[in-house]
Every structure is written in C-alpha cells, then in structure tokens.
Write a protein of this length. Structure first.
Lengths: 550, 578
C-alpha cells in the first residue's frame, strides 16, 4: 500500500464533508464574483447613466446581503473541512491502534515506543492541513479560475485570452510551487531534525557538561550550529521562494496588463478585437475579476506544504501498517492429558532476520509447577515465554493450551501508568475492591509502605512510575498478578538489577503465588530465582536441556 | 503555575530577546507593509484609471477633447505590480532569515537556562519527550514575530494609513474605514486570542498526555494483553483523544468564525466607503474615478487581515510555550550571595553533616540526617543497593543537588560559597550513567581539557586500553561516537568516559560504579593503572557492593551507605542516573 493510496482511501470516507467544503467554497467564490459585478454595475449606473443614489439603495442593500452570505459560505467551507479532518484523524489513529494491537508485544520489539507514539500522535495530526484545507482548495483552484474566464470571455474575449495565456503556465506554476514546497519541506525537515538532534544531544548530557564546567562553551556551540543552519537553509529558501514569487508576479502583471488594456480600450486607442465594445461596466468588471483568477491558486500554493507534510507522515504510518503480525491465528487446541496446562510439541520459532531462534523443542507444563528457564542472553528464553503467551506463532509444531487458561505476564519493565496506585493495580482486575488491593499489596510486601502513605492507595505515581524504586515497581506488577485470576504466570527476568533485599521480597511473593496453585514459568540468568523452581531447564541456542537439581 | 501572570509579562523576556534584533524586525515589517501597500495601490490605481478612461472615452465620443494623462497612471500601475512581487519575495526571504537568527538566539538562551538547572530539576525531566517538547516550544516562540506580531502590526498600520489617505479625499470615509476596520482588527487579534486562549493552551498538554498514554500502552502491551485490559487502555486513550478533538473543534470553529468576520468586516467597510463616496460624489465633493478608487483600495485590505484570525486563535499555544520556558528559567540555581571562595591545591577533605534530601514527588527521602567524613587523601569505598543514594551523594558533592538541610563542605569550605567553575576545577566525577556526545572521540575527550594535545589523548586512551582499537579506526581520533555514544559498545563507552576523567587534575575524585560492564580481567588491569593517577587525591568509590565486582585499588575504608530497614521505605527509582 502506498502512502497516497492510503490517504485516498481515508479521504474517500470523508467525501460528503469534503464535498460540502468544496460547494461552500464555490458558493463563496461565486458570491465574490456577484459582489464585484454588482459593484461595477453600480459604478456604471451612477457615473454613466447618472441615476440618483437614492434609487440605487436597494442594490446597495443587496450588496450588503451578498457580503453576509459570502461570509457564511466561507464559514461553511472551513467548518466542513474541519469536521472532515477531525473524523479522518480519529479514524487513522484507530486504524493504527488496531494494527499495533494486532502486531502485539513481539511485533513491536523492533520499534522504539517513543517513535511509535510519535506516529500515533504527531504524524496523525500532520494530516490536518492536507484534509481540512488543501483537498477542498485543490478543487476550487480548478473550478473558480474557469468560472472567472468564462465570465470575462463573455465580456471581452481578448481580456480572457490574456488570462488564458497564463493558463497553460498554471500547471507549470503548480509544479514549480510543488517542487519548491517539497524540496523545502524535505531539506528543511532534515536540517531541522539535525539541529534538534544536536540540541537534544547536548541537553541530555547537560549534567556532564556541568561537571566538566563546559556549559558556556556548549551554549556558544549550540548558537553557532543554529546560525550555520540558518546560512545553509537560506540558500535553499532563495530558490524555493522564487516559485511562489513567479505566481505572484503573473497575478500582479495580469492585473496591470488588463488595467492598461481596458483603459486604452475605453479611450478607443485599441482598434482591433472587441476593445471598442468595452464599457465602463464591462471594463471595470474585467479588472476586478483578474485578481480572482489567481486568488484560488495563491491559496493553494499556501497550503502546498500541508500536502508534503501529510505525505511524509503517511509514509511513516503506512510502513507500520504494512508490517504483518507474526502471531498465531485461530483457536488453540487443548492438551490431551489431564493435569497438563500447556504443551509444546516440536515447535520452532523463526525470526525474520535472525533465522531460527528457538526449537525444535518439546515442553509439557503441569498445573501448579514452577519451571525455571536459564541460559545465556540470546538463547531464546524470552522467545519461549512469548511463544507460551501466544505473542508469537510457531513456525512449525504445535502449541496446546488448556481451555480457559488465562495467563499473566511480567518483565523487567513493568507497566506503570500515570495515575494512582489503585489505578495501576486495577489494570489487572478493573472491579477489584480496596480490600482486595490491600491483600495483594501485602502479599508482595508493600503493605507496610502503603500504610505509611497519607493518601494510601490513592497516592499518585509520577510519569513512568517516578517515585517508586525499581524493586517496588516490580513488586507492584507482582501485586497485579495476585489480583488477577491468571493460572499461568510468565515472568521474564523478574529480579534483574534488583538489590538483595528486594530480590528476596520478590521471590517470597513468587512462592506465595505458587502456593495459591498457580503455574509459574520464570526466565532468568540469575541463580536466586532458579532456586525456588521445581524444575529447571537450560536453553542453549534455542534448544532445551534439563538441569538436575543438586 | 503558582500565580497568574499577564500575557505581556509572560512574553516580556522573549520580547526583550527579540528587541536585540529590533532593526531587522522593523525592516522585515516594513517590507511586509510595502508589499501590502503595493497590492493596495495596484488595485486602487487600476480602478481609478479605468473609470477615468471610461469617462474620458464617453467625453471623447461626445466630441470633447482628451484631458487625461494616460502615461503616468500606466507607469504607476506597472510600478505597483513589480513592487508587489519584489517586495513579497524579499520580505519572505528577509523575514525567514530573521526568524532563523531568532531561533539561534532562543536556542542559545534556552540552553544557557538549562545549563543553570540543578540535578533534581534535570532528573525528573529527563525523558526525551520532554526535550522534544522543549524544542517544539522554542519553535512555537520563534513564530511569535512572523505569525503574530508582524502581521498584526502591519495590518494596523495599513488600516490607519489607508484611513488617513482616504480622509484626505473625504474625511467621513477615512473615519468609517478606521472605525469599522479598527474595531475588526481589535476583534481579529485580541478577541480571537481570548476566544481560543483556554483551548489552545490546553492543546499542547493534551497532545502530551495522549503521547504519554500511548507510550504506556505500547510498553505494557504484553501485560495489558495478558490481563485482557487492552480495551480499558484503549478507552483511556480515546477519552483523551476526545478531549483533544473537542478543543481542536472549538479552535477550528473560532478560527472559521474569525475568517468569516474578517471577510465580512472588509466587505462592509468597502461597501460603506462606496456609499459614502457616492454621496460625496453626488454632492460634487469627489470625482467619479476617486469615488471608484476608494472602495477598491479598501477591498485590497483583505490581504492584510485574512491571516490574522487563524494565527491569533492559536496565540494561547505561544503563551503556554513561553510560560513553560519561563518556569524553567525560574528553576535556575540560585547564585551564591557570599564572597566566592577558592579550593586549595592537593587532596580535598570532605564533610557532610546532617544532610536531608528528598526528591519532589518521591515517596520517601533519600537522606535523613546523613553524615560522612573523608580525610584529605583518603580512599573511601561506599557500597549500597541501587537507589540507596549513591548517585545522589555524588550530585551533592558536585553541587548539582543542594540538600534540603545540612551542610556539604570541601576542605572546610561550604559548597554554597564556591562558584560552579571553582568547584568543577577541583572535583571530578565519573557518573554512573555514561554520557557521551554525538561528536568525535577527540571532542569527547577534550570536554575534560580543551587544550589537551593528541599525545595526551592517546596516552589516556592507552590507560583504558582503547588506544589499539582507536588506531585501527580509519579516522582514528576523529571517529564519531554516534548519538549518546551508541556506535561504541557499552564497555568502550565506559572506558572512554574513564579516559576523559584522566585528563583532569582534581583534588577529589568520585567514581560511581567505575568498572560496570567491563570484563573482570580488563577491569583489574585498568584498576592497576588507575592507582597511580589517584595518588595524591581524595577518592570516593561508589559501588553496588555485590560479590564478584572488581574492587577499586587502594581503598582504605569501606562503609555501607544506608541501613536496609530505612531503605525499605523506598527511594526514587530514577534519580541522577536516569
């Protein structure tokens, strides 16, 4: 799917609203022409026919009405475009979110969450100008100049010819403006990105700069880099602005040429063509229409960068939408034997770039057992957990899971949302009451800490769990498992980078979980978690070997 | 946002920064005004010309004589047409140049402000999205001139200028134009800004929240899926999006209203001009061509006011950006008031007495009534679990954190009396987190000593066993290390940071997990060489304390950092070390 095709598919569903925007825009354009016609007629009626002003009052009132209706039409164009843009952005975001959920945790491992969030938020927002303004204006830029030329041709075909002579140039303008805008956008975007990277690089290391007493130098450097960027980007801008200057130039020259042609025609200096038929009314009208011929194009040129921005953003999003999920589809069979919770039979897992990362291996997981997985990093511990969880599909072999077996998951970076402790716990069990939350916290040894907090369960955590130590965050995630009814508990390095006291607390809690009759699978390269296991399997290059407990 | 500050007071520091480029800003605005004046003149003169020629043509046809000079107005029309194009082009180029200069100023000023922040402020705002927002805030501010101030100023000048010009012909017309369009100008700028203020202020925060919740959901996808609460998370996200879109709709509707009103005001103004002009013409006070010229000139003003409503409806975003940047400026470290003291040469003694420290938002303090003594030249090893306060202690000694209570003294001098420069010259710290810059190896090393020659750089690289590796690189010392040193392995980055430290000559050395991520044999060898450099300096080792780690050389005393029972109460997960 190309970015253009995706955008086209999205905009097709907003056809109604965008159509309304175009209709309102056309009405506004036509009303402008009507106003100008009435103005020219009034001038002729006053100056040429010498009609008294009092007789013409109704026409003035009509003009006022036209001005008001035109304002209404303009308002309609903008609000219809706005509505279309808001709906389209909501839909694009929903589509991305659905796809991300389909890709699942394994599908997202190749992406940085911040860059994904950037796509979900900023790149979707980048579609706004394109939908709300550029798309309606693109239609108007075709229709309105045509309307102007037809009216002018009826008044004076030679003047219309002047305008039409520039008409073949219009696609050229558009190409020029488009190329200019695109080049501007790309180069500017790259340069700005470089500039921001430099700035962010220095800001990230600001503590180090402070330690070395080099902040003043770095400040000068930041300024110098920004100034260098200015010099380089001005070189591009000089060219890029030229394209819109050409459009401006033709608009200005057309008015000048028409004014002089009409003026001399009215004096009778031009003896060929339709010039001798010109009247003050038709002459004035031709002059007033000339700028209106170019106005829609000038507006379009202003919105051209919206198009470039939208296409750029769409490319990023389409690249994401094109990724295919690697997770199992369809129903999962149940194991044959009773007392077996999950079963893997001759399964292999293949990574698109790294080849086979796991298997072929067999594994039978009995209800209530604690299974430890060890092995060097990269041996496939996490992949095996992901396979059990159903985040990744086996390339070959069978995965069987007891019916209604729900699972819980915990890894090194537990999910902590910006909210209260209670909000964080209720992620696992939305309807759990306060007593249940307290029980779960006590089970992981956090009960005493919570009791000392004035706001208790309503204590708010900062962004990404700020305010909690690593061990506490881990135990909070464990408390969630206690709250859940999950039978199968999958733990990926549950005690990594934890001090001895925290580790002991976590292991004690894990023991309590097992005592509730839950089945635990713990992947870890540390020795302590392995000690509480009933069974210990070692992974090496994606293959399993049983380790005797001594 | 403790107190409400007026918009002018909020923008004042940035306006004064812009004031330094007053000449350029005025020049750019003048070019803008020239382009609009030319557009106005083009339409007005053309209308006058056609009416004059039309009337002259009628007179000629009736057998009269031609009294009209056609060449001067013809030339004027051509001149206006050319001026409009050239002025517009130059204006865009010149003003973009100005804005880019402003951007450089803003970045520099912002960086200087950030460089003055203390570690506590920096630490809890470490996240990269916060930095990104900072750059966005600067971009928002740099359009303050181009989108808000200049167009509004130029539009006002155009309205007043045209009003005055028209008043020369017929005062009532001038008054009507200034009255109608002046009032409209007030609404389109101040009124629209007020209309969109709350929503456009909120919008940035809402986008931020949406981003935050999206990141949470993506990072915790495995857990959410396991608990079957993806839908709950999605509902949170949709609720925030709905709030965002409600504000965007409000802003869009306000901007649409403004655009329609701008069109309406200009329309009614030229209609009133036309009516009053016709009355004056009927009374014989105006000629026919002038009567036509006047409304056309007003009509051309559309170009000056059309863009105002959209820009001003969003003005709240600019204010909010300025406010955030101001808040940052106010968080700057207070300069010490006492007379600056100097640290002596040689090893420094360290004294911490009755220190209390708590991070904002943390559940429990890091230190409570904490004391520590290190004699000059002593090598003290401190061990403690992660989060026990090792990095906080380093930050206290380097002046990046100021304790809530208690005193930090180096060589019997209170830290409060030292200037940052005199402190950094005598205290060197290897932080737990390796921070390298997206620059060359040499530049990263020279951070410690800008004047170090190549031979010294090679010698410190040899100490950490990176010299052979660097010699094998095609660009040797000029090799770039990538963003945050990403092109180096973790161990290489750590060793480079250590080598950087060796270029300095401090009296107190703080080594926070110096050998983290290095293989034990290599760490032992480096530790041996480090011993010589450490001679004659006070040394504070901060280590995790787990078995199996390389022990730093020559430690004369070991001390545990904290009692486990109190530590249990909790310390922030992410302090200095990120």
């Amino acid at each position: 799917m190309t970015a253009r095709a995706w955008l086209a598919r999205l905009t097709r569903r907003e056809r109604g609203r965008l159509g309304l925007a175009v209709v309102c825009g056309l009405a506004a354009g036509a009303l402008t022409l009507a106003q100008l016609s009435l103005l020219a007629w009034l001038v002729a009626a006053l100056l040429v026919e010498g009609r008294p002003l009092a007789d013409l009052a109704p026409a003035f009132a009509g003009l006022a009405a036209l001005i008001m209706v035109r304002a209404l039409a303009q308002w309609g164009q903008e609000t219809a475009g706005l509505a279309a843009s808001l709906r389209l952005r909501r839909r694009a975001r929903a589509e991305l979110l659905d796809h991300l959920a389909r890709l699942g945790p394994v599908g997202l491992t190749g992406h940085h969450s911040a860059s994904l969030a950037n796509r979900l938020v900023d790149q979707v927002e980048a579609l706004d100008g394109y939908v709300a303004r550029f798309l309606p204006q693109r239609n108007l830029a075709l229709a309105l100049p045509l309307l102007v030329v037809v009216v002018v041709a009826w008044l004076d075909w030679l003047a219309a010819l002047f305008l039409l002579l520039s008409a073949p140039l219009i696609p050229l303008f558009m190409a020029l403006v488009g190329m200019g805008a695109q080049r501007l956008n790309q180069q500017q975007f790259d340069a700005v990105a470089r500039l921001s990277r430099h700035f962010i690089d220095r800001v990230r290391g600001i503590a180090t700069l402070q330690l070395f007493g080099r902040t003043a130098d770095a400040t000068r450097e930041v300024q110098a880099v920004a100034d260098d960027y200015r010099r380089r980007s001005l070189r591009t801008l000089r060219l890029a602005f030229l394209s819109s200057a050409v459009l401006e130039f033709f608009a200005a020259v057309a008015i000048a040429v028409v004014a002089i042609y009409v003026g001399f025609g009215l004096l009778g200096y031009i003896t060929f063509g339709p010039a001798d038929e010109l009247t003050l009314f038709s002459g004035l009208l031709v002059l007033l229409f000339a700028p209106e011929f170019f106005q829609p194009l000038r507006s379009l040129a202003q919105h051209y960068h919206d198009r470039a921005a939208a296409l750029g953003a769409a490319e990023g999003m389409v690249a994401l939408l094109d990724e295919t999920p690697r997770r199992p589809v369809g129903a999962v069979a149940a194991p044959d034997a009773a007392g077996v919770l999950a079963e893997l039979e001759a399964v292999t897992v293949v990574h698109p770039e790294r080849g086979r990362v796991l298997g072929p291996l067999d594994l039978v997981l009995a209800r209530g057992e604690i299974l430890a997985l060890s092995g060097p990093s990269g041996a496939g511990k996490s992949t095996l957990l992901q396979l059990l969880a159903g985040f990744v599909a086996p390339e070959s072999g069978k995965r069987r899971l007891a019916r209604d077996a729900s699972f819980a998951w915990m890894d090194q970076r537990p999910l902590l949302i910006h909210g209260s402790l209670a909000d964080n716990l209720r992620l696992a069990a939305p309807e759990a009451d306060a007593a249940a939350l307290h029980r779960a916290l006590s089970a992981v040894g956090l009960g005493e800490l919570i009791a000392t907090l004035p706001a208790g369960l309503e204590t708010r955590l900062g962004e990404r769990g700020a305010g909690l130590s690593g061990g506490q965050a881990q135990r909070l995630a464990l408390a969630r498992i206690f709250l859940s009814r999950a039978e199968l508990v999958l733990l990926d390095e549950p005690t990594a980078s934890m001090d001895a006291a925290s580790e002991a607390a976590v292991l004690e809690a894990l023991g309590a979980l097992a005592a509730e009759g839950r089945t635990l699978v713990i992947a870890s390269h540390q020795s302590a978690p392995l000690a509480i296991a009933d069974r210990h399997l070692r992974l090496r290059d994606g293959l399993l070997a049983e380790v005797d407990h001594g | 946002m403790a107190e409400r500050v007026g918009p002018l007071a909020t923008l004042a520091p940035w306006l004064s920064l812009m004031g330094r480029r007053r000449g350029r800003l005025l020049g750019g605005a003048a070019l803008m005004a020239l382009a609009i004046a030319a557009a106005l003149g083009l339409l007005a003169l053309s209308g006058w010309f056609i009416t004059a020629t039309g009337l002259a043509g009628i007179a000629l046809a009736a057998g009269g004589a031609l009294t009209l000079d056609v060449y001067v107005p013809g030339g004027g029309i051509r001149a206006f047409a050319l001026t409009r194009t050239v002025a517009r082009y130059l204006e865009r180029l010149y003003n973009h140049d100005t804005v880019l200069r402003l951007l450089a100023d803003l970045r520099g000023r912002m960086f200087a402000i950030l460089a003055g922040l203390d570690a506590a402020t920096l630490a809890h705002r470490r996240a990269s999205d916060w930095l990104n927002r900072l750059t966005t805030d600067i971009d928002t501010l740099d359009s303050l001139f181009l989108r808000l101030l200049a167009p509004a100023g130029v539009a006002l000048v155009a309205i007043l200028g045209l009003g005055t010009f028209l008043a020369l012909w017929f005062p009532a017309v001038g008054l009507a134009v200034v009255g109608l369009l002046g009032g409209a100008w007030l609404w389109l700028t101040l009124g629209q800004a007020r209309l969109g203020l709350a929503a456009s202020r909120r919008r940035v925060a809402e986008l931020e929240r949406l981003r935050g919740v999206a990141v949470e959901g993506l990072q915790g996808l495995a857990e959410l899926e396991a608990y079957g609460t993806l839908a709950t998370q999605r509902r949170r996200l949709t609720a925030i999006e709905a709030r965002l879109q409600a504000d965007q709709r409000r802003l869009g509707l306000a901007a649409a209203l403004g655009s329609a009103l701008a069109g309406l005001a200009v329309g009614l103004a030229w209609l009133a001009t036309f009516w009053l002009g016709a009355l004056a013409w009927q009374a014989g006070a105006l000629s026919g061509p002038v009567m036509v010229m006047m409304p056309l000139a007003v009509l051309a003003l559309n170009e000056a006011v059309a863009a105002l409503p959209l820009a001003f409806t969003q003005a709240g975003a600019t204010l909010a950006a300025a406010q955030r940047l101001n808040a940052l400026r106010d968080a700057r470290r207070a300069a010490s008031s006492a007379a600056p003291a100097r640290l002596p040469e040689g090893p420094l003694a360290v004294d911490l007495a009755g220190i209390s420290l708590r991070y904002p938002g943390a559940l429990a303090p890091v230190f409570e009534d904490f004391s520590l003594h290190l004699a000059a030249g002593e090598r003290l090893g401190l061990h403690g679990a992660s989060g026990a306060g090792k990095s906080s202690l380093a930050a206290l000694l380097t002046g990046q954190l100021v304790p809530d209570a208690g005193a930090v003294r180096l060589a019997d001098t209170s830290l409060a009396r030292l200037t940052p420069d005199s402190l950094t010259a005598r205290v060197a710290c290897l932080t737990q987190l390796t921070e390298l810059f997206d620059d060359s190896l040499a530049a990263n090393l020279r951070l410690a000593d800008p004047d170090a020659d190549e031979a010294r750089l090679w010698s410190v690289l040899a100490t950490v066993e990176l010299a052979d590796w660097a010699e094998g690189l095609s660009r040797e010392l000029e090799t770039r290390v990538g963003e945050g040193g990403r092109r180096l392995s973790g161990g290489q980055a750590r060793r480079l940071a250590l080598a950087r430290l060796l270029l300095r000559d401090p009296g107190l050395v703080i080594l926070d997990e110096p050998f983290a991520g290095l293989d034990p044999a290599l760490a032992e060898r480096i530790a041996g060489r480090l011993d010589r450099w450490l001679a004659g300096r006070s040394v504070l080792y901060l280590v995790h304390g787990r078995e199996g780690e390389t022990s730093p050389p020559g430690v004369s005393r070991w001390q545990a950092l904290a009692t486990p029972s109190r530590r249990e109460l909790g310390v922030p997960a992410r302090n200095l070390s990120g």
